[in-house]
Design a protein around this ligand. Structure first.
Ligand code: IDP
Ligand code: MG
Length: 171
C-alpha cells in the first residue's frame, strides 16, 4: 500500500493545532484541522480517514540543523533555505507516516498549495495558514520522495498493521 510522510511543522504544533488529548486514533492527526474549533466537521474527518486508511507511525520530535538540511536537501540552493531550516528546527514537529490507496496525491490535495494564499479554502494550508514560510504542514510530493523521507524520519522502521475496517474500505 502506498505511503506518504506528513509532518506538522513547529508553527502547527505551537499554535495548538495538534490536539493530542483528542487523538483517539492515529489517523486523527491528518485531519487535525477539523478539530481546531471544538471538534466540528466530524463528518469530513471520517470521510478522509475512511478513504485514506491511515496507519503506521507517529512521533513528536525536535530535529537539528543537519537533519533539517538533509530533509530539505533539494532546496539547498534556494534563497529561503536558511530561513526554512531555522523554521523547522525552531520547535518540535509531529512526524507521521500515512498509508492508503493514492495517499501521496490525495495528501497533496488535502494539504493544498505551498503558498497558503494560493491554497484553496478547505485545504489545510488554505484554512489555517497565511505565509508561505509558515504553512504549518509538510507532505511528500511523490512516491519516491516519500520513500526517502520515511527512511530519514523513521530509521527505526514502521509499525505495520492493518485495521479491521480494511475490507469495509477497500474492495
Ligand atoms: P512544499 O512544502 O509544498 O512541497 P516546497 O517547494 O518543497 O513546497 O518548499 C518546502 C517548504 O519551503 C515550503 O513548504 C515552505 O515552508 C518553504 N518555502 C517554499 N517556498 C518559500 C518561499 O518562497 N519563501 C519562504 N519559504 C518557502
Ligand atoms: Mg516539497
Amino acid at each position: 500500500m502506498e505511503q506518504t510522510f506528513i509532518m506538522i511543522k513547529p508553527d502547527g504544533v505551537q499554535r495548538g493545532l495538534v490536539r493530542l488529548p483528542k487523538l483517539f486514533s492515529l489517523y486523527l492527526l491528518f485531519t487535525f484541522t477539523y478539530y481546531v474549533s471544538d471538534c466540528v466537521k466530524l463528518t469530513g474527518f471520517l470521510v478522509h480517514c475512511d478513504y485514506l486508511r491511515f496507519s503506521s507511525c507517529l512521533k513528536l520530535i525536535t530535529v537539528d540543523r543537519a537533519f533539517a538540511e538533509k530533509h530539505y536537501a533539494d532546496l539547498s540552493a534556494k534563497p529561503f533555505f536558511n530561513g526554512l531550516v531555522e523554521y523547522i528546527v525552531s520547535g518540535p514537529v509531529v512526524a507521521m507516516v500515512l498509508e492508503g490507496k493514492g495517499v501521496v496525491t490525495t495528501g497533496r490535495k488535502i494539504i493544498g498549495a505551498t503558498n497558503p494564499l494560493e491554497s484553496a479554502p478547505g485545504t489545510i494550508r488554505g484554512d489555517y495558514a497565511v505565509d508561505i514560510g509558515r504553512n504549518i504542514i509538510h507532505r511528500s510530493d511523490a512516491v519516491e520522495s516519500a520513500r526517502k523521507e520515511i527512511a530519514l524520519w523513521f530509521p527505526e522502521g514502521i509499525a505495520e498493521w492493518q485495521s479491521n475496517l480494511h475490507s469495509w474500505i477497500y474492495e
